[in-house]
Design a protein around this ligand. Structure first.
Ligand SMILES: NC(=O)c1ccc[n+]([C@@H]2O[C@H](COP(=O)([O-])OP(=O)(O)OC[C@H]3O[C@@H](n4cnc5c(N)ncnc54)[C@H](O)[C@@H]3O)[C@@H](O)[C@H]2O)c1
Length: 365
């Protein structure tokens, strides 16, 4: 495999490239769309209209920067029409019903979006011979055994809740498409599993950082559901850097085809912290004294301990996290401080991408 000296080299590959992102109106998809826009890619977005309280797509003015299609990925015909027309060189699939609590309230929406919708993406990529695909699932696709050392890519898939089982199912279908169609043919594909992603711009319900920010903004008590749950926290730019690196290697056909196409992009073990530790840190950095109330979640199952083993991405791709825990918190808090003060969020986002890119370490291969 050709060695990269640093990240800017692999990011250059995206200049003028037609990239299609599903989930472009969501948290991670909007950051990815914006990063690719800065890199000079021709970005096509697919997703539902941004939710009422969502801020990231609007504050980055993405409707003026990318070609956006507001369609439901459960509609294969519509999705197929877009992919056929746009002929992307690579698809990053991020669209999903992404909230665990929501998957209890509305299991069929979760399954139809995450399983049928994802199958539609695979099918449309296959029918239109899109040459490259990065297919995003989740760290929750692994059968949770509250393992202390992180899950590896070949660990058993499974899910004790509707969200996790939908992501495990999406992985099983991905693997069947890979073995049935893509493996020995024209298509370079990868499924990717990130940790608990944080960073500016996320205001989804029942996610800890958005919950903190909304409590501060509305001057309301903060309710913690699972204070002792441990999660692999990482800044949104970290998994996205992994997806972009992998995308480059897929497009350049630089990956040994004997390597299985599933990849973890989690943080270092030191970033695996309890919900209460994260909360304390954020409140301290943001200098807030809102009241925190612990109200244990008895309504639905959530795993206690979750972490990812990232040795494969490190060994085979040379990828590793760039930000330590303090940097991760600082990036996140400074974005939300700007939001609370009504400052320019596009400028904040572009500065963070520039700073992150300059910090990315040399990849040793
Ligand atoms: N945020 C995290 O901590 C995290 C961690 C691991 C994995 N993931 C995965 O990463 C991906 C992106 O997560 P996110 O945090 O940006 O989620 P998000 O909820 O902020 O965004 C979801 C996106 O999917 C789109 N979408 C939902 N249903 C759709 C449908 N039926 N048709 C078309 N588009 C639809 C939404 O419009 C939105 O653009 C998801 O697959 C999620 O499961 C997220």
């Amino acid at each position: 495999m050709k060695k990269f000296k640093n990240y800017s080299v692999f990011l250059r590959k995206y200049k003028n490239l037609k990239v299609l992102i599903t989930g472009s109106t969501g948290f991670k998809g909007a950051w990815l769309s914006y990063w690719l826009f800065i890199l000079g890619a021709k970005v096509v977005g697919v997703g539902l209209r941004p939710e009422k309280n969502s801020i990231i797509f609007k504050s980055l003015k993405l409707n003026k920067k990318i070609k956006q299609y507001y369609i439901d990925i459960r509609d294969l015909k519509k999705l197929d029409r877009v992919i056929k027309k746009e002929k992307p060189r690579i698809v990053f699939h991020l669209a999903a019903q992404s909230i665990v609590s929501q998957s209890f309230k509305n299991p069929t929406e979760t399954v139809t979006t995450n399983v049928i919708g994802s199958t539609n993406v695979l099918e449309s990529v296959r029918l239109n011979k899109v040459p490259n695909l990065v297919y995003v699932t989740s760290d929750k696709c692994y059968l949770n055994l509250d393992k202390a050392n992180g899950y590896k890519e070949n660990d058993t898939l499974g899910g004790l809740d509707n969200y996790s089982s939908s992501k495990a199912s999406a992985e099983i279908i991905f693997n069947s498409y890979y073995n049935s169609y893509f493996k020995s043919k024209y298509l370079n594909v990868a499924s990717v599993r990130a940790g608990n992603v944080i960073g500016g711009g996320d205001l989804k319900q029942d996610r800890i950082i958005p919950d903190i920010i909304k409590s501060i903004k509305l001057k309301k008590n903060l309710i913690l559901r699972n204070p002792s749950s441990t999660r692999p926290w990482q800044h949104v730019l970290e998994p996205l850097s992994g997806y972009l690196l992998l995308g480059n290697l897929l497009m350049s056909k630089k990956l040994d085809n004997k390597i299985k196409p599933n990849w973890n992009f989690g943080p270092y073990e030191k970033n695996c912290k309890k919900v209460k530790e994260i909360t304390k840190k954020i409140l301290k950095k943001i200098k807030s004294n809102i009241k925190v109330i612990i109200k244990k979640n008895k309504n639905f199952h959530e795993s206690n301990l979750l972490s990812l083993n990232i040795n494969k991405a490190n060994k085979e791709l040379g990828w590793k996290p760039t930000l330590n825990f303090e940097n991760t918190m600082d990036f996140t808090v400074s974005w939300y401080k700007a939001y609370l003060k009504g400052e320019n969020l596009e400028k904040m986002t572009s500065n963070q991408i520039k700073l992150y890119t300059s910090k990315i370490r040399i990849i040793k291969q």
